[in-house]
Ligand binder design. Structure first.
Ligand code: NI
Length: 239
């Protein structure tokens, strides 16, 4: 009885194996579709800001798009719920100093205070983690970079949304330039930039783009991020 049962199971296993093989051989279309996915990272500086950041998070969630937020430390108090939502909803949270001061050329003690105070404020909400840094205006001297314990983030597409304050113009500026692997700079403190972000996501998702965090983008391009190194684009590391 046992032998017959074993033989039966053996035959069934063979049938299953054949079925699996046939199934995996059938859809030749799927791998081609996957390789055509274009990845891009939206980044938002200078938040959180209650109304605009909340609306942005709602819209990104509806669209299944991830983004990266570089927060100003002194704006975190009172907006803890938004910071928590960022992490829970799959976004990357980063550090944009406490007071939005230019760090370039500043004494190490000033840089450390600006970064650590913000890092602590983020940790108090989100717990331990590596909260990457984007210095205000992207400025740092070369000899200052070694002080950082996280990767540093620049951008490769800058529509100057803070200057335009016009959703259509911001959308046009981004769509004219965007390519897979880009890091796009926007600010979530302007309603026009939030509107622009939604149109950018809708348009590019229809063209096969997927919106990922900066950390995910670099990983998808096989890049291992290093502390104190600026990342400008997944296809081009500053230094
Ligand atoms: Ni800024």
């Amino acid at each position: 009885m046992k032998a017959r049962r074993a033989a039966f199971l053996g035959i069934m296993a063979a049938v299953l194996l054949i079925c699996c093989r046939e199934e995996s051989a059938l859809p030749a279309v799927a791998p081609a579709e996957i390789s055509e996915t274009k990845y891009v990272a939206l980044t938002f500086d200078d938040g959180p800001r209650a109304n605009t950041t909340g609306r942005l998070l709602d819209g990104l969630r509806e669209r299944g798009a991830s983004a990266t937020f570089f927060l100003i430390g002194r704006q975190i108090a009172g907006n803890e719920d938004l910071v928590l939502r960022m992490k829970v909803e799959g976004h990357q949270v980063g550090n944009h100093t406490w007071d939005h001061v230019t760090l370039q050329g500043k004494p190490a003690a000033v840089v450390q205070k600006e970064i650590c105070r913000t890092d602590n404020a983020i940790r108090n909400i989100l717990g331990d983690g590596s909260y990457w840094v984007r210095p205000p205006y992207g400025l740092l001297n070369k000899n200052q970079r070694c002080c950082f314990s996280t990767p540093l983030v620049h951008w490769s597409v800058d529509p100057e949304d803070w200057k335009l304050k016009n959703a259509k113009k911001v959308v046009d500026a981004v769509l004219k330039k965007v390519q897979p692997g880009n890091i796009i700079l926007l600010h979530d403190i302007y309603a026009t930039s939030v509107d622009a972000a939604f149109q950018i996501v809708d348009t590019l998702e229809a063209e096969g783009y997927e919106f990922v965090t900066v950390e995910e983008l670099l990983a998808l391009y096989g890049i291992t991020p290093q502390a104190g190194v600026f990342y400008t684009d997944a296809r081009e590391i500053t230094e």
